[in-house]
Design a protein around this ligand. Structure first.
Ligand code: C2E
Ligand code: CA
Ligand code: CA
Length: 746
């Protein structure tokens, strides 16, 4: 304001000079004019000096100088009034009054940013003016003095008030500046450190602010970043996946419609590989509401994304084998069945045979290897559309597409079985992979999951129980079996209490002398409606529903009770099932049940399957039994896989040659060789051999000639009720006529 103020001063001085010239002391007037002009120009000098780059700060000295300058100039103006006012006419007095009041108000206003200068200016100017009014002695002027004082007070208050407001504003501005600076620094720091990235694009779609992290992520420099639009930059970095394209599409819709968005996760190929960015943004508008661009945050969600993916994967897959799990399998099945089966497919249930044994013998990690290898083999056998699942434990399942007929199923399953022929190397051993497969065909065998799964399960059950495992395709007959099995299960639970069981006894004779040496006790069950049920059918069921230990105990007790009435040289053989042998209370229960007769008269027959699951435990039990004097027989010898290895593990007293070899003896050269081998071996191991199922005199003669010790079969007698045993024994001793005796008689 300095030049304007100087100009005003000069104009006022010139005006006064024109009005007052010749009205009093011209010497004073010109001296005064020179003094005011000089004082003004001194002020102008400082301004001139700094006019090109105005200073934003002022030193205390400069302020003091300004205050002093104002006081001097004010005093000069005051002097004018004091010297000239009382001596001139009313017209001139009016002129001087106008000029002095005007200068006083305007000057104070201009000086309000320096309140002390404004105050001194007002006082030095107004004080002499009041004195001048007093000196005229005019009563009206006295009244004016009061008014002048009131004005001065008012002006001074106004100056201080304005100064206070100005100061407050300057302080606020300084504070805001300071805050801006802090925010800018924080942002910088944040952009460098945090996983979040702030971004802003202008109305042309270009990034307005290139943070260092953005440049690094996109692997571009600042020029490249601003050459392209944000959309072009990102689009070139979207991976080629349907998921990525779908998300990019969603973001595109928001950008087009101007609707804000939150947490849309977009994969972008960045300098360090694909990163998943969670994007949130809203549109920026100017004061008229026109769009100005977008501002938002991008946070790196890669870790969370991968963790979520992993969780999702775990929800759908089996972590051990990497195959899909039961839930996914069922979901997929549900999808295929959803609106009617258009293309036929097959559901296959699979059970790994003998898994428990391997797990127990070789440890869990070996079991895991076996499961993994098995899963891999299934995957090898599967086609692209097929699904391989692990349902849990050693249960697996397949979903086979494009199976139009049973013949298709046979072809595909043969391939799966083929992929299992190679054994699996586990813990320095070659473990054979054996599994049973149960197949159900959709839509032929059912239209809903549960029916199909049940039928596949039924087929699996059949496959497991047919000799040699393999696979079985569901057939309505199996359902018949299933129903029957259900009936038998519930009936069996009550059969013991209802007294539906009984024992029959089949004689065994010495092959050399044809004297009777004992009986095998065989269990019989008569179902009230279904009639006689074979033990080959109901014993496995009794085992699976857990009543076998109790039933076996009953058989032992019953057989021993019966045998007490027999001549003491006759032995009694009792069949012992696998589950009995596994029972820890087995030895105690045998001791209890067989108490009535001497242990050496009792022979316990076990099959290989009884040894399969837990060979170490079973062998320990058998040793204990032998120590108590019982004889132990290996039943059905020759039908299992590794019969010889069991002979090494336990010294059986008796080997029972399976009926199937005896049956083929006359017709089949191979059967003859096998029987010969068994006989030679048992001689070497000092074991007694019993031939089972001997039906003809020719077979009996042949077995005797080759060294078999004991014969059992229809040729001697069919199994008989206990009450007939004694009369049979007497008749046999008296050589009552049988076919065998006829032969012996020649
Ligand atoms: P196994 O121990 O091999 O019993 C011999 C089976 O062969 C008996 O069938 C018997 O009736 C039959 N058999 C005897 N001589 C001949 C013959 O000359 N020709 C033919 N074709 N068959 C003959 P059964 O009584 O039906 O028993 C079948 C299987 O049931 C038994 O086979 C045995 O494994 C099991 N079993 C029977 N009773 C019991 C028992 O009390 N406990 C247990 N755990 N299993 C039993
Ligand atoms: Ca037997
Ligand atoms: Ca047998």
């Amino acid at each position: 304001m300095t030049p304007v103020a100087v100009l005003i001063n000069v104009i006022a001085v010139a005006g006064l000079a024109a009005v007052l010239r010749g009205k009093g002391s011209d010497t004073f007037l010109f001296g005064w004019m020179a003094a005011v002009t000089l004082a003004s120009v001194v002020g102008l000098r400082g301004w001139w000096h700094n006019r090109l780059n105005p200073k934003l700060t002022a030193s205390r000295r400069a302020v003091r100088r300004l205050v002093l300058h104002a006081a001097i100039l004010g005093t000069l103006w005051g002097l004018l009034g004091l010297e000239v006012f009382p001596r001139v006419g009313t017209g001139e007095q009016f002129f001087i009054g106008m000029v002095v009041s005007g200068m006083m108000c305007a000057g104070a206003f201009v000086l309000s940013s320096l309140p002390m200068a404004g105050t001194l200016w007002t006082i030095t100017m107004g004080g002499p003016a009041g004195l001048a009014l007093l000196l005229t002695g005019d009563p009206m002027h006295r009244a004016l003095i009061t008014l002048l004082v009131a004005y001065m007070v008012f002006i001074i208050l106004g100056v201080w008030n304005a100064a206070r407001m100005l100061g407050a504003r300057l302080m606020a501005e300084a504070k805001a500046d300071n805050q801006h600076e802090v925010i800018r620094l924080l942002l910088r720091d944040f952009e460098d450190q945090a996983s979040d990235l702030l971004w802003e694009i202008d109305q042309h779609g270009r990034f307005t602010h290139a943070s260092r992290r953005l440049l690094r992520q996109f692997d571009v420099d600042e020029a490249e970043l601003t050459e392209q639009t944000a959309v072009e930059l990102i689009e070139a970095r979207i991976p080629d996946s349907p998921e990525a394209r779908a998300c990019w599409g969603r973001i595109g819709q928001h950008l087009a419609s101007g609707a804000p968005f939150r947490d849309l996760v977009l994969p972008i190929r960045c300098a360090n590989g694909v990163r998943w960015w969670s994007l949130s943004a809203r549109i920026l508008v100017d004061s008229s509401g026109a769009p100005m661009g977008w501002r938002g945050v991008a946070s790196d969600h890669t870790d969370q994304h991968l963790a979520r993916r992993r969780l999702e994967w775990m929800a759908h897959n089996d972590p051990l084998t990497g195959l899909v799990n039961r839930t996914t399998f069922r979901e997929r099945l549900q999808e295929l069945l959803a609106d009617g089966v258009r293309k036929p497919f097959a559901v296959v249930y699979i059970d790994l045979d003998g898994f428990k044994q391997i797990n127990d013998e070789l440890g869990h990690s070996s079991g895991d290897v076996l499961l993994q290898t098995f899963g891999d083999r299934l995957l090898e056998g599967a086609r692209r559309d097929d699904m391989v699942a692990r349902l849990g434990g050693d249960e697996f399942a397949l979903l086979l597409r494009q199976i139009n007929s049973e013949a298709d199923a046979h072809t595909v399953l043969a391939r799966f079985l083929d992929s299992l022929t190679e054994p699996c190397p586990v813990a320095q051993r070659q473990v054979p992979l054996r599994a049973s497969f149960g197949v159900a065909l959709a839509p032929r065998d059912g239209h809903d999951i549960d029916t199909l799964m049940r039928k596949a399960d039924l087929a699996l059950y059949t496959a497991k129980h047919q000799r040699g495992g393999g696979y079985c395709v569901y057939h309505p007959r199996l359902s018949e079996h299933g129903r029957r099995r259900g009936l038998l299960e519930s009936a069996l639970r009550l059969a013991l209490e209802l007294g539906e069981f009984r024992l029959v006894y089949q004689p065994q004779i010495d092959a050399g002398t044809w004297t009777l040496c004992g009986f095998e006790a065989l269990l019989r069950w008569r179902h009230p409606e279904l009639g006689e049920i074979s033990p080959t059918e109901f014993v496995p069921i009794a085992e699976s529903i857990g009543i076998m230990p109790r039933l076996g105990q009953w058989v032992l007790e019953e057989a021993c009770r019966e045998a007490t009435s027999w001549p003491s040289h006759l032995s009694v053989s009792v069949n012992v099932s696998a589950v009995q042998l596994r029972d820890t209370r087995f030895l105690a229960s045998v001791l209890l049940a067989t108490a009535p007769i001497a242990a050496p008269r009792i022979e316990l027959e076990v099959t290989e399957s009884a040894l399969l699951d837990d060979i170490t435990g079973a062998v320990a039990t058998l040793h204990q039994l032998r120590r108590h004097g019982y004889r132990v027989a290996l039943d059905d010898f020759g039908t299992g896989y590794s019969a010889l290895s069991y002979l090494r593990r336990f010294p059986f007293d008796v080997l029972k040659i399976d009926r199937s070899f005896v049956r083929d003896l006359l017709a089949d050269e191979e059967a003859l060789v096998i029987v010969d081998t068994i006989l030679a071996m048992s001689r070497a191991l000092n074991m007694t051999t019993v031939a089972e199922g001997v039906e003809s005199v020719e077979e009996a003669e042949m077995l005797r000639a080759r060294g078999c010790k004991v014969l059992q079969g229809f040729v001697v007698s069919e199994p008989m009720p206990g009450r007939d045993v004694l009369s049979f024994a007497t008749a046999w001793a008296n050589r009552a006529v049988t076919r065998l005796h006829l032969l012996a008689a020649g």
